[in-house]
Structures are given as C-alpha cells and as structure tokens.
Design a protein around this ligand. Structure first.
Ligand SMILES: *Cc1c(COP(=O)(O)O)cnc(C)c1O
Length: 400
C-alpha cells in the first residue's frame, strides 16, 4: 500500500488527497447491517464532509440519500443524479428565500427555528416540513462539535414545543419528520438513547410523521487508543426501541441517519512532501508542502491525524514537529514519533476523508490540492490541482 501511495504522489503530484471507494462501501454496509432489524432505514450521507461529485455518485450507487446544508450542496446532489426526494436540506440561519428555492426543487425541507417555520408554514402550508429539535443533550466534551447543548445555535429547543405546536396548528402546515443532530461525538450509547427518548416524546405531538432523523455524531478512531461508536450495539438497542415506538405510534416510520465522518473519514489519506527538515534549539521541524490551507482540522479542532512516513516506514523513530509552509502557525503535530524523515519524503496523514478537502482554502494564494479516487483497482483523478488561473478567476484588475 505504501509504495502504491508513493506512486500516486509521483503520478498526480503532491500534496494530494486519496480516497478508497472500498472503505466507503464497507462503512456504508456496516451501518446498514447494524440496523438490519429495521423495516425502513435511510442513510443520508452528509455532503459537507467530502463533497466531490464523484464521491456523491458513489453514494448514489449504494442507494444512499444526501444530507445537505446549503442550496449549493442541494444542486451538487441533483447534478450527481440524486432524486430530490432523496435529499434532505438542513440549513441553519439561511434566508426564507433560500429555503423556498430548495422546496421548489422538491427536496425535503428541515427547519431549525420558529421564525422561519412560521413564515414558511404561512406561505406554503402544503409543503411537508421536517423540524430540527434541540434535545439539549451534551454529546462529548468538546463544545466545538457538540451542537445539542443549551448554548448551541442549532435546532428548536424542546422547551419551545408549546409555541412550535401553536405555529403548526395555526398555519395548518404538514410536519412529516422530526430531526436531531447532537454533535460529532457519540461515545456513550446510553446518552444517545436518552436523546432518542426525547425525540420519541416530541414525535407523539405530530400525527403525519413519515420519518425520525437521528442525525449523526458517529465517532471514528483517529489515534491509537481512541474509542469509536459501537455501531453494532447501537443498531441492536436503538433498532429495538424504534420498532417499539413505531408500533406505539401506529405506523411504520423510517429511521434516518445522516453520517458524514463515519462514512468517509477513514477512507481518505492526505499525502504531502517534506520540503525542509529544520533543527532548532528546541525541536526538529519537518516542513511539508502544505498547511492549514489544505488541512485545517489539527489547528481548528486540535484533531490528531496519525502521520506515517511512507518513504521510510522502517526507519528508526525520532520526534518531530510536523508543520506547514504557510506564514502562520500551522502545526499538524507536536513531538510526534515518526520514522526518520528526510527531505523529499512523503508523509501520509490518515483519516483525511472527512472535513479535510472540503475545508481547504487558497490562503497564501496557494493552490488547493488534487483529489484521487481508488476504485476497482484503478486510480482516478476526481479533481485537478488548481492552477494560477484559479487564483485569478474572480479577481478584477482595475486601473489604479
Ligand atoms: C455535519 C452534519 C452531519 C454529519 O456529521 P458527522 O459527524 O460528519 O457524521 C449530519 N447532520 C447535520 C445536520 C450536519 O450538520
């Protein structure tokens, strides 16, 4: 595998993102199998994790739907061949106008605040709408990625249910789904089940539900020792409870999830080349041909992506600070034990499928990297590296 990746870095240049289709397919099937006791399961892949159109097409082939958070993601999904009814649109803080455009395209609308709910319901009482509930359950300890707690901007608070019901009654709008997305760290299945009970309780207020959407937050391991969500246990416990609830509700409801990270994180690696090995009085820096313009998660969230020196996998281990070439502190790893690094070596960053390319920028007027998809034994370029034209593309030179 290491030699294969080095060949890809040679063929397509560095830095480059590489995704493995088989890993994505395996994760999709793993989740589907975990919930095989359910009559109706729907997985809506969260586009924002990795939004390349070829990746979306792969999910379409698997029978997945899409979770989208902007009108542009909706458009991408339609372009990739998804039917509008297989796309849920879950924005927050967007204008009524954008929601109306999405509704017109026929996608499932998911509204997360009472102001827009009242306005939309008044104008379009017949359009089915899902509502995003905030159950105020703290998932994980990192407030950057826990979106269910009391200070979160996401969703309609469960304490506002009376007002929500009044709006629905007054506008006679049609609520066909309820939704929660509590954050990116479901480690404790009991906490998740607790939040689910809140959702079930809320569901009883609505007579025409078709689905209950439990969002995502499945955790994948980043470094050795990390715990991951036990999907199989969740499948058994939530599956059983969901079937019970469906019976109570008097209708076969669909259980929906919208995983991003779980489906694509481990399928991706990021390959970058070491430009300089720089010894200072306090550390040894390995400076790569990249920075937070290509991979910002370590600096934004403190994420620890495992780094392997695939050019020298058997070299003796030494401690390195792996940093980038951006004029800004862009530390990927501190005091990391890595097989001896020489200038020109290729470093491989693991778990680079989710929220890596999709958060890339042109900071320092650098090009965004290429993306390659490994599928059925072949490497396909699915996005070209940018060029100088891309940097200038929307700029207008005026007479000064
Ligand atoms: C980002 C997001 C997801 C995906 O979250 P992951 O942690 O990547 O699985 C799902 N639903 C909504 C509404 C989101 O905003």
């Amino acid at each position: 595998m290491h030699n294969h990746l080095i060949k890809i870095a040679e063929d397509f240049g560095s830095p480059v993102y590489v995704y493995d289709a088989e890993t994505i397919i395996n994760q999709y099937n793993r989740l589907t199998n975990a919930f095989s006791k359910l009559k109706h399961l729907k997985l809506n892949y969260a586009v924002k994790a990795l939004s390349n159109i070829s990746i979306l097409k792969l999910f379409n082939c698997l029978g997945s739907g899409l979770d989208t958070v902007s009108i542009q993601e909706v458009q991408l999904g339609l372009k990739a061949g998804f039917k509008p009814e297989d796309i849920i649109y879950t924005p927050n803080g967007v204008s009524l106008k954008e929601i109306e455009i999405a509704a017109k395209l026929g996608v499932q609308i998911n509204i997360d605040n009472l102001s827009i709910l009242e306005q939309f319901g008044t104008k379009h009482p017949k359009t089915p709408v899902c509502i995003r509930i905030n159950p105020h359950v703290m998932a994980g300890g990192n407030t950057n990625i826990s979106v269910g707690h009391i200070d979160s901007k996401f969703g309609i608070s469960i304490h506002q249910i009376p007002l929500l019901l009044r709006i629905v009654e007054n506008t006679k709008m049609n609520i066909n789904g309820i939704h929660m997305h509590t954050g990116s760290d479901i480690l404790d299945i009991d906490v998740f089940l607790y939040a689910s009970e809140i959702l079930f309780e809320t569901a009883k207020n609505f007579k025409n539900l078709e689905f209950i959407d439990f969002g995502s937050g499945f955790k994948v391991p980043y470094k050795t020792g990390d715990i991951e969500t036990n999907i199989e246990e969740l499948g058994i416990k939530l599956g059983k409870r969901f079937n019970e609830f469906s019976k109570e509700y008097g209708k076969d409801l669909t259980l929906t999830f919208e995983p991003g990270k779980f489906l694509v994180s481990e399928a991706g690696v990021f390959l970058a080349k070491v430009n300089v090995v720089k010894q200072t009085t306090s550390t040894v820096f390995a400076q790569i041909d990249s920075g937070f313009n290509h991979l910002i998660r370590p600096m934004l969230y403190g994420s620890q992506h495992q780094i392997i020196n695939i050019s020298n996998p058997n070299g003796r281990e030494r401690f390195y600070s792996v940093v980038g070439y951006i004029c800004e502190t862009d530390t990927f790893a501190n005091n990391r034990r890595i097989n001896e690094i020489n200038e020109g070596d290729i470093l491989c960053f693991k778990n680079a499928g989710a929220y890596c390319y999709s958060m890339a920028s042109n900071y320092n007027s650098r090009y965004r990297p290429a993306e390659v998809l490994l599928h059925k034994g072949e490497s396909h370029l699915i996005r070209k590296r940018e060029t100088f034209d891309d940097i200038l593309n929307n700029q207008i030179e005026i007479e000064i």
